[in-house]
Design a protein around this ligand. Sequence first.
Ligand SMILES: Nc1ncnc2c1ncn2[C@@H]1O[C@H](COP(=O)(O)OP(=O)(O)O)[C@@H](O)[C@H]1O
Ligand SMILES: [Mg+2]
Length: 323
Amino acid sequence: MAALLEVKNLRTHFYTIEGEVKAVDGVSYDLQPGEILGLVGESGCGKSVSAMSVMRLIPWPPGKILDGEVLFDGVDLLQLEEEEMRKIRGKEIGMVFQEPMTSLNPVLTIGKQLTETMELHLGLTPEEATNRAIELLEMVGIPDAGSRLPQYPHQFSGGMRQRVMIAMAMSCNPRLIIADEPTTALDVTIQAQILDLMQDLCRQNGVALIVITHNLGVVARYADRVNVMYAGNVVERGSAQEIYHNPQHPYTKGLLNSVPRLDDTVKKKLDPIQGLPPSLSKPCLCQFCGEPQPTLVEVSKDHLAARCNADPNCVGWFPRDLG
Ligand SMILES: Nc1ncnc2c1ncn2[C@@H]1O[C@H](COP(=O)(O)OP(=O)(O)O)[C@@H](O)[C@H]1O
Ligand SMILES: [Mg+2]
């Protein structure tokens, strides 16, 4: 099957007073239509920047997409005019962010915000858009949807606001939704409900989903495939099964040891990863082999992990500040 999204050698850097921050430094992956992909890694490893680069929402200054291709249905988004890109955002690709309060407009009603995009992108009349807005809110599990349209974001709870964001992301029948830490700001029981909802809706409607999270336990449950990001690079990717049960890279193993596992029979001590991730504004060389970038090697079919050919003692590209 032809990939829906193919990211090739994406590099996005920020030019700051501390120097050039290599936030995303040569990331490649693909996503099939309808597939759920998890993007995991600790805070600051470049997850959001890689997603914002796909949407071409990197603010200049200080950020710049320096290199790479983002093929969406075979078209390189990085080459489009800004006006063409605006037709893709919100229409072909929907977005859900961590904190809906910052992406919802506080002074517009929920109804207005939902119908506006549909009138713009789908050419619906106000009445058609309102009917569809009610359908969408019902679909994401908001009770008494019609009476909630005239309400403002602050009249919704955190979980309900995130449901509204999902309704908005789905409103123009996108082919892909990018959800950046969609449940991090919510309490644990609501988190599971929202993730279940996104998974169901994407499966039912054949929408591909990229879920960004720092919790590998979460993606293992919801994703088909997983990209593990470390210091602006992908160090391992494979099916969720493989990443969870047969992790290869020491960072992936570290991530797994630092979250509770569903298949743990006894409660074990969680083991944080030693040291700090390297500063992305300094040359990011592997502590073992000194290489500046990982080389991904096939472990098994559709499972790639950073491996080192230069140094037999190297566990795979792993720059870490142990000082
Ligand atoms: N606007 C910005 N200006 C400077 N540096 C930035 C900016 N946005 C992100 N960065 C840097 O890019 C790196 C990756 O950030 P990000 O993608 O947000 O990480 P995360 O994996 O937590 O989503 C971090 O080192 C961050 O400090
Ligand atoms: Mg982020």
